[in-house]
Design a protein around this ligand. Structure first.
Ligand code: UD1
Length: 420
């Protein structure tokens, strides 16, 4: 079992280069199943979710060549199997994108009921609604989800909730459907636009991604033979922005898209930090204790749930009492118990948590309760006085590339240690 040992406090200073977006990568990889050809993907993040996804695609008949840790070529001409291995797919959430892709390509698909971060109930009714609207029959039983269709026919789909996963799955299933599909009340996250851009580069006809009305004109085939570069990770960039604020540091964040970070920038200005926009990089500086504030997590362009624990660390040492309202995932406050072990004063009450700011955190042994909680606890360890030992690193490795090296380059005293 590995752990991170962090000595604090440190003011983070220097430059960091942001990797490709995890949430885009884990949707673009299954989207390759729709291509009757070869495609090259660049700027893939080197994370365990990507490696697991590549293994799943290989079991379905894809041939993958690695050119570097971040660049692959996928040949999906010989996709024959429609049953993805249950043990592998039930391990992480994004495996449900195989359903939309295989339905589109082969008219049938089966995956294990997806797992992933333990953030509370994660319903898939809107995914099923979208597949059924296109003509598929869906069955959820014995730990599996299976879907079947003779021919997918375009239709109008109205999403009852704004769902990233269901919007992407509806796009995947309708790209090769006959006729036109519209998705109303669609999610607008940057990675939805990235998946649509990828598919359009490969020959699809998707319009309106990034708005709440997406229109897909079905095409006969996606031929591929193109190269695509994954969008920079909005959440990783936001994590380093908030690390700069929490540590009262000065970080130049390179390879990011500042517009994707507007809601985080606005919050940082509110709590007394500075953000300079250089087009494809931003510099975040902070030279005092952060002001208190309130945050409500919302679908994009609102404040992202995936940056909630990281701003929770900032609020834990802010001047005054801050409030976070979590509107996406009910179990996303598990990290607050870990932060309280480090001296924070946080009271979670259902969907809300009250952060009574303390002057400083102190190092302690803590456990990553999910992916983003893990990133937040690294930041907490960096700003805390003394030694923090952080366990359950498998959560963090799922979604952040070389995270301790990136923090080390900013001056953090952080080591990965094997504990047998
Ligand atoms: C969500 C986040 C995404 C984040 C990810 C991991 C939003 C809109 N989505 O994406 O930013 O990266 O978690 O933290 O912020 N829902 C249903 N029925 C469905 C699907 C979803 O009721 O069929 C509900 C969920 O319970 C949740 C909300 O819709 O409350 C958003 O879920 P969804 O966007 O699908 O989740 P992810 O795609 O995992």
């Amino acid at each position: 079992m590995d752990k991170l040992v962090i000595q604090g406090p440190t003011k983070l200073k220097g430059e960091v280069v942001i990797s490709g977006a995890k949430n885009a990568a884990v949707a673009i990889l299954p989207a390759t199943l729709l291509i009757n050809g070869v495609c090259r993907i660049e700027n893939l993040p080197n994370i365990s979710d990507v490696r697991t996804y590549c293994k799943i695609l290989e079991t379905l008949g894809a041939k993958i060549k690695w050119f570097s840790d971040n660049e692959i070529e996928i040949d999906t001409r010989d996709i024959g199997c429609t049953q993805a291995p249950l043990d592998m797919t039930s391990k992480f959430r994004a495996s449900y994108y195989i359903l939309g892709s295989l339905l589109g390509r082969c008219g049938a698909a089966e995956v294990g009921i997806p797992g992933g971060c333990n953030l509370g109930a994660r319903p898939i009714d809107q995914h099923i609604k979208a597949f059924e609207a296109l003509g598929a029959k869906v069955d959820v039983s014995q730990g599996k989800i299976s879907a079947k269709v003779k021919k997918l026919l375009g239709n109008s789909i109205y999403m009852d909730v704004v769902s990233v996963g269901a919007t992407i799955n509806a796009i995947l299933a309708s790209v090769l459907a006959e006729g036109t599909t519209t998705i109303d009340n669609a999610a607008k996250e940057p990675h939805i636009v990235d998946v649509a851009n990828f598919l359009n580069t490969m020959g699809a006809d998707i319009r309106g991604a990034g708005t709440d009305l997406i229109k897909i004109n079905g095409v006969k085939e996606l031929r591929g033979n193109c190269t695509y570069s994954v969008v920079p990770d909005q959440i990783e960039a936001g994590t380093f922005m908030l690390a700069a604020i929490a540590s009262r540091g000065d970080i130049l964040i390179k390879n990011c898209i500042p517009e994707h970070l507007d809601c985080i920038t606005a919050k940082i200005l509110e709590i007394g930090g500075n953000v300079e926009d250089y087009g494809d990089s931003i510099r975040v500086t902070m030279n005092k204790r952060p002001n208190k504030a309130t945050v409500k997590t919302l679908p994009y362009p609102g404040y992202p749930t995936d940056l909630q624990p990281q701003i929770g660390v900032v609020f834990s040492i802010a001047d005054g009492t801050s409030i976070i309202n979590e509107s996406i995932w009910e179990s996303r406050f598990q990290y607050t118990a870990e932060l309280n072990k480090m001296g924070a004063k946080i009271t979670p009450q259902g969907k809300t948590a009250i952060f009574e700011g303390v002057k400083e955190l102190t190092g302690a042994p803590v456990y990553a309760t999910d992916l983003r909680a893990g990133a937040a606890l690294i930041i907490a360890g960096i700003i805390a006085d003394g030694e923090t030992q952080l366990y359950n690193l498998e959560h963090i490795d799922r979604g952040y590339e070389n995270i301790e090296e990136k923090f080390r380059n900013l001056g953090a005293k952080i080591q990965r240690v094997s504990e047998n």
